[in-house]
Design a protein around this ligand. Sequence first.
Ligand code: ZN
Length: 304
Amino acid sequence: MENYPKTILEFEKRFSSEQSCREYLCQIRWQEGFICPHCNHMEYWERENGQYQCKYCRYRVSVTAGTIFQDTRIPLQLWFRAMWQVVSQKHGISALGLQRVLGLSRYETTWTMLHRLRTAMVRPGRDRLMGIVQVDETYIGGPRPGKRGRGAAGKTLVMVAVEVNNKRAGRIRLHKIKDASGDSLMPAIKESIQPKSEVLTDGWVGYSLLSTVGYKHTIIRETTDVGKNLLPLANRVISLFKRWLLGTHQGKPSASHLDYYLDEFVFRFNRRTSKSRGLLFYRLIQQAVNIDPIKNQDIHGGRG
Ligand SMILES: [Zn+2]
């Protein structure tokens, strides 16, 4: 079912009021119809303030409760426009750019909106990569490659995993890791790649346990320092990521906020061949109503 606007005109026409945005959220959130979160009853009244009330237990719920839009004073119309901006531009939009487009007076507001949206870009329980996958690590935020197994001041280590489809990059995962030890790499790999996949790496000792945890391990290059001579596809992904950070976001985010940018980049990269911006908008909303709400202070604190 194609239930999303395909052009900016369709978008503007469809979401011209708070009411129409709310109804759209309802359709996506309760695709099988309203279900009371309290007693699972399905009959309801719609109240004037946009709340839904269960006819059975009289529990009241707003369609934004339990979504990334919960407890924000920002009108849904602005949220929808922000989402359209985020998906309709090939490289996304910076907080400053979004502030201008939405005509908001505070930079802080759009910065927080964008970070909330990024949390919706990771699909809960998303599929892991499979088949043949290149894995490597790189430092973000540092000019020079560093020694493996040791931290480098001001730099953050990121594991890169790229599916190999006929020598070209398929889907990717980027994962912030503490260091390049096996103890850090193995959990990141398990979270990103399905067992029985063939994992291509260099000869770094941190990967030596791969074959004991359910993967086919192939070493395709001798060991070098981090970030030097990355495996080719991993290298391409990382240079695109760094260019995107510089181009769209004017530089490097702090280590504690890096996850948000990794998530947005993965979302974009894995959907880069999608011709339909409207479909991306739909996917983003779908994920936005299906994840746990986060508090603003959690965003400001970053994710460790
Ligand atoms: Zn109920």
